[in-house]
Design a protein around this ligand. Structure first.
Ligand code: 3BY
Ligand code: FES
Ligand code: FE
Length: 427
C-alpha cells in the first residue's frame, strides 16, 4: 500500500466496502461525478478489480504483436500476470502466466518468442497450447501431467484486436455482436499485416475511472490540447449540437467517398460499452500529426484514400482507439492501485513500411505524446482535488460530457449486477 492508500481507507474491511459501494451506487445522482471513496478507497479499488477487471472483457493488445508461432506478449491485470501467445495453428491464446508447479511467473519479459514455455524456476515445460510436456525427473508415480496444464483465460480476437476475460464464465451480453462489427469495420486495415512502430507507457497518479472519464469528453480539449485540435474535431457524433453546417457538408462529401470505396462509417453502438464511429478530421488534414500531413508513405491495408478521418473504437472499461488511413493508434488502460493507472499507447503501420524512409517515429507519436502528457496532468489534478475533504460530486454537462455519463452508467450497472450475483450465490 502506498501513502495515499493508507490515508484513504474509509471502510473496516472489503465486505463492508461491498455493501457501501452498492449503497453509494444506488443512491448516486446519475449525472454527477461519483462519491469520493469510489475514486480513492483501496477496498473499493479491490472491488473494481474483482468485479470489473477480473470478470469483464478487456482489451490487451493486437494480433500483429504476435505475428508468428511462439510469439508472445505479457500483461499484468492487477495482480494477475497474463500471457498472450500465438500457437502452432495460428490461433492467439491467453494463459495465466503462472506455473502449475509452485506458481512462479513463467515469462517475465514484455514480449518474446518461444518454442515451448519453460518455467525459469524448475524448468517445467509447456507446449504452445498450454499442455505440460515435462515436469522434472521424478514427480512420483501418481503425478498426472494432463492435470497440470496452464490455466487458460478466455480470449477472443476480431479485426486484429485481442480481448481477454479472466472470469470463470464469459460475461453475458452482446460482445460477440460487437466483435462481428469490429471485424467488418477493421477489414480495410488488414491488421494482421501491420507492425508495431512504437509504444509508450505512462503511469498516472489517478484512479482508472478518472482516466476513462477524461477520455470520454472533449470539453477539456480547447483549454488543454492545442496539438490534438490541429486535426481533431471536439465531438464524435454527427448529431452533436456543435456540428455546424460546414461540418455537415464536410461529412457529407467525405462519407460519399467512403461509400464509393466501401469504407464502413455508419455509427454503431452496442449498449454504451462498445461504440464504433468514423469521424472526419478537420478539413484539409489527413491524420493526427502536428500539421495533419501524412504519418506514413504506405497506407494501411487496402486503403487508397488518405482522407479517412479517424475511426474511433470504444471498448469499456479499458480502451479507446483512433484508426486512420496510414497508421492506427490503440490505447489500453490498466489499473495499478486506487490512485495509480498505467496507460499504454501503441502506434501501428503497414508491415512493409520502413522506419526513416516511410515514416518518422518522432512525427508519428508527437501529437499523442503531448496529449497523453496533458491528460495525465488533468487526471492527476482531478485526483488531488477529489482527495480533499471539500470534494463533493459535481454535475456533468449532458451535451459535452454525455460520454462520461454513459461510462459511469455502464460501470455502476455492471458493478451492481456483479455484486448482486455474489450475494445470491452466497445465499
Ligand atoms: O480523442 C480522444 O480519444 C478523446 C476524445 C475526446 C478527448 N480525447 C482526446
Ligand atoms: Fe515452475 Fe517450479 S515453479 S517449475
Ligand atoms: Fe484529453
Amino acid at each position: 500500500m502506498n501513502q495515499n492508500d493508507l490515508l484513504n481507507i474509509t471502510y473496516a474491511n472489503v465486505d463492508t466496502a461491498r455493501v457501501e459501494m452498492d449503497r453509494l451506487l444506488k443512491s448516486r445522482q446519475r449525472n454527477y461525478s461519483l462519491p469520493r471513496p469510489l475514486y480513492n478507497d483501496p477496498h473499493m479499488f479491490r472491488i473494481d478489480m474483482e468485479e470489473i477487471f477480473q470478470k469483464e472483457w478487456l482489451f490487451v493488445g493486437m494480433t500483429s504483436e504476435v505475428p508468428k508461432k511462439g510469439d508472445y506478449f505479457t500483461v499484468e491485470i492487477g495482480q494477475n500476470p497474463v500471457l498472450i501467445l500465438r500457437d502452432g495453428d495460428g490461433q492467439v491464446r491467453a494463459f495465466h502466466n503462472t506455473c502449475r508447479h509452485r506458481g512462479s511467473r513463467l515469462c517475465s519479459a514484455e514480449r518474446g518468442k518461444v518454442a515451448n514455455l519453460v518455467c525459469p524456476y524448475h524448468q517445467w515445460t509447456y507446449d504452445l497450447k498450454g499442455n505440460l510436456l515435462f515436469a522434472g525427473t521424478d514427480m512420483g508415480t501418481t503425478f498426472d501431467k494432463s492435470q497440470h496444464g496452464l490455466n487458460k483465460a478466455h480470449c477472443k480476437t476480431a479485426g486484429g484486436f485481442v480481448f481477454v476475460c479472466l472470469g470463470d464464465e464469459e460475461p453475458e451480453g452482446d460482445f460477440d455482436d460487437f466483435l462481428l462489427t469490429l471485424e467488418e469495420y477493421m477489414e480495410p486495415y488488414d491488421m494482421e499485416n501491420t507492425k508495431l512502430a512504437v509504444e509508450s507507457s505512462m503511469y498516472e497518479q489517478a484512479n482508472w475511472k478518472l482516466v476513462i472519464e477524461n477520455n470520454r469528453e472533449c470539453y477539456h480539449c480547447n483549454g488543454n490540447h492545442p496539438e490534438l485540435l490541429n486535426t481533431l474535431l471536439e465531438w464524435d457524433d454527427t448529431h452533436d449540437p456543435r456540428a455546424d453546417e460546414a461540418f455537415l457538408a464536410h461529412y457529407e462529401r467525405q462519407s460519399k467517398e467512403w461509400d464509393a470505396e466501401s469504407i464502413p462509417h455508419e455509427h454503431k453502438s452496442f449498449g454504451v460499452r462498445n461504440r464504433i464511429v468514423r469521424m472526419p478530421l478537420k478539413e484539409g488534414t489527413e491524420v493526427m500529426t502536428i500539421d495533419g500531413s501524412k504519418g506514413c508513405n504506405k497506407l494501411m491495408g487496402r486503403i487508397k484514400n488518405r482522407h479517412l478521418g479517424s475511426m474511433r473504437i470504444l471498448h469499456l472499461p479499458n480502451s479507446w482507439n483512433h484508426m486512420q488511413s496510414d497508421h492506427v493508434i490503440v490505447f489500453r488502460v490498466l489499473p495499478i492501485s486506487a490512485q495509480e493507472t498505467l496507460v499504454t499507447t501503441k502506434w501501428f503501420v503497414h508491415k512493409d513500411a520502413v522506419e526513416g524512409v516511410d515514416y518518422d517515429v518522432a512525427k508519428l507519436r508527437q501529437v499523442w505524446d503531448a496529449t497523453n502528457e496533458q491528460d495525465k496532468r488533468l487526471g492527476e489534478e482531478n485526483q488531488r482535488g477529489i482527495n480533499s475533504v471539500a470534494y463533493q460530486p459535481g454535475p456533468y454537462s449532458e451535451t459535452y460530457e454525455f460520454g462520461v455519463i454513459n461510462f459511469l452508467d455502464w460501470y455502476s450497472d455492471k458493478l451492481q449486477e456483479n455484486l448482486a450475483r455474489i450475494s445470491t450465490s452466497e445465499g
